[in-house]
Design a protein around this ligand. Sequence first.
Ligand SMILES: Nc1ncnc2c1ncn2[C@@H]1O[C@H](COP(=O)(O)OP(=O)(O)OP(=O)(O)O)[C@@H](O)[C@H]1O
Ligand SMILES: [Mg+2]
Length: 307
Amino acid sequence: MKPLAVIGNVNVDLIMGPAAPWPQPGTEIIVDHHELRVGGSAGNTALAWMALGIPFTIAANVGDDRFGRWLRDEFGAQAAAWPARPEGTTVSVGVTHPDGERTFFTTRGHLPHFSLEEARSALEGAGLAGGYALVCGSFLTDALSADYDALFDWLDSRGIRAALDTGWPLDGWTPANCAAARGWLARCHLALFNEIETTTLAGVGDPVEAGRALQARMPAGAIVVVKRGPAGAIVLDADGVLHEAAAPRVDVIDTIGAGDVFNAGFLAAFAQGAALPACLNAGVAIASRAISTFPRRYGAPLAGDAA
Ligand SMILES: Nc1ncnc2c1ncn2[C@@H]1O[C@H](COP(=O)(O)OP(=O)(O)OP(=O)(O)O)[C@@H](O)[C@H]1O
Ligand SMILES: [Mg+2]
């Protein structure tokens, strides 16, 4: 299989819920679930790859505190050289709601300080030539995303193809954020955005047409995936041919990181040379599995649940 890497945000997620309605200030509510787990887009994708037994390289940083040490431990030897920031680890408390929505409270922490130099030193020597690097968490890793052009130059020079999933900007899709994301896409071989991100970026309401509009801004031969939540996902291949995958109906526990887990399944299949419809199915299957299991699981097929 071709080598895989992920470059971006790893942080701590504390998921609690479900909660409804939103509590009054000064009160306390009891919820059924809590789970403390590795989070962040890059963390979610890497966790799924680990669970699948897929070899990968991850470039990330942590805070210089107990959460930082815990995150480092989760990723073993390859996290040993991760830089530790004095600001402390970014922590995200995610409150789930009965309708599947969630609300996050997130500290800035270490993420904005992850640098190009640090990313390059984590990837250098990892034997990634001919492979794919997923670049994610763009709007949380401010220092790195300010240097994305140099990062894409570096990946190009090493024969590594970039896949991009920026995630949702904290300040929304402002004209500046849209312009930045369009500029980054022009350097990437794969786009892995969700439907609303795709339609917003393209300025086109229909997800297929929006995907085509993004593809037109990308290098020749680029592949565009649009993740559609309970409706599954679609992909436009290098020739613009559309493939679709429906998502199975599942009892959702929490959808946090669904898109990142999808990316892991899709890219693992892609790096193994699978055809795009099979990659799409792999992404949908692992994401559906992850969002409907507690504690979260990735590996076994959904049908195994009934056994
Ligand atoms: N409610 C759901 N029911 C079934 N499958 C779902 C549901 N939500 C998400 N999925 C699965 O997860 C995949 C990715 O989810 P989604 O389209 O929500 O990505 P995303 O918005 O990028 O997620 P994230 O919030 O992690 O960024 C979908 O393509 C689908 O396979
Ligand atoms: Mg997403």
